[in-house]
Design a binder for this molecule. Sequence first.
Ligand SMILES: *Cc1c(COP(=O)(O)O)cnc(C)c1O
Length: 455
Amino acid sequence: MTSNNSENTPPPDWDVFAQWDRHYVWHAFTQMQDYEPLMIESAKGCVLTDVRGNQLIDGVSSVWCNVHGHCHPTINAAITSQLEKVAHVTSLGMSNPITIELARRLAELTPGSLQHTFFSGDGASSVEVGLKMAFQYWHQRENPKPQKNTYIALGSAYHGDTLGSVSVGGVARFHEMFEPLLFNVIRIENPNTYRLPDGVTDQQATQYYLDELEKVLRKHHQQVAAMIIEPLVQGAAGLVMQPAGYLRGVRDLTRKYDVLLIADEVAVGFGRTGTMFACEQENVTPDILCLAKGLTGGYLAMSATIATSEVWEAFLGEGIKTFYHGHTYAGNPLAAAAAMASLDVFEQEQTLANVAIQSKLLSELLNTQLAEHPLVGDIRQRGLLAAVELVADKNSKTPLDPSLNSGSKVCRAARERGVWLRPLRDTLVIMPPLSVSSDQIRTIVDAVAYGLKKL
Ligand SMILES: *Cc1c(COP(=O)(O)O)cnc(C)c1O
């Protein structure tokens, strides 16, 4: 299409492309009436290049999925080499070597007895799979408990945009509209280290939230198939963070009350928070683990729902015990090759060591350059996942008037300084690829500081 290297072909008219983009492509989470096209033609490492040759640091990892940078030679080579063999093999009663290797490697890499990977194509599907698996498990395990037909989910949770994942989700502005289509869940207050309930101190926070959970479990555990949680950080909620020990406590309480735990590590998995998986930081093994965004290094669509042997064994036996669920491209070999290569790069480049170095630098710079700004209410961070929450008043933590679009304005200005960011309302999100350099971290923070100055 864009063969503009031939002398006879006129270069593409990017203004026309922009018009087509606004008309023919219906973008995700975007008000198309206001959409301003930003057309990326290529990318290398942490830098995106748009069709007009402008370069931008990818400050949010192409929405939280890129891990080792774009166009990485190891991942490119793995995909190309797999392409020469076969692009796709169904997972319905058939298999291929690279997908088998990946499933085995995930079993070794993930905590505890998580062993059995059900592949699908995106994070929302991995959650749907986890929810259905948990439900069916109680129907057909030894000593069944078929009355367990609901879930516990956190307030402000985000688990994807299909109706099942929206049912457990709780971001009002995304989910309210669809209310009549959703199944009921038991919603509990989400932990939030920045906005604790009145009278609850930092020291009391973990116990407070766990007590609230236990009240609900005591009353409803006989109906609850599973609790679903984004471990450590609730992403789309605004990078809302849980107090230390909360996740551990959730695991202990769900065990005590015989409720499965589904950990949605779609956003936090694969090194983002400093460890390969967030659950490791509190020594937690969920019964079901959902992975997606970073699984293929941010290259191809693939997700995984990984179950413990206990869950898996309940599905063995008569035909009726089968898990009747599947996605056409599940376990796709090209995606599996990318995922295997991404895991190789983690070892070759000591990616987690870079996360430790760069996250320390990021923390220093955010706190020295931004904390004093009158609108910066909170700076919070886990690994290379950082949030700068803007508020109207630091003391009362009053949010800014959303119609001011302050978050978007800061990010728009950051583009003038060569950094692409996408906020969550008035929370600025800084989540560069894990391969980010110190210079790039400095450029990102400078760009945010510049954007804040221009507000
Ligand atoms: C992004 C996200 C999802 C959904 O993943 P998709 O691939 O966009 O469907 C689910 N859970 C969490 C925590 C996410 O951040």
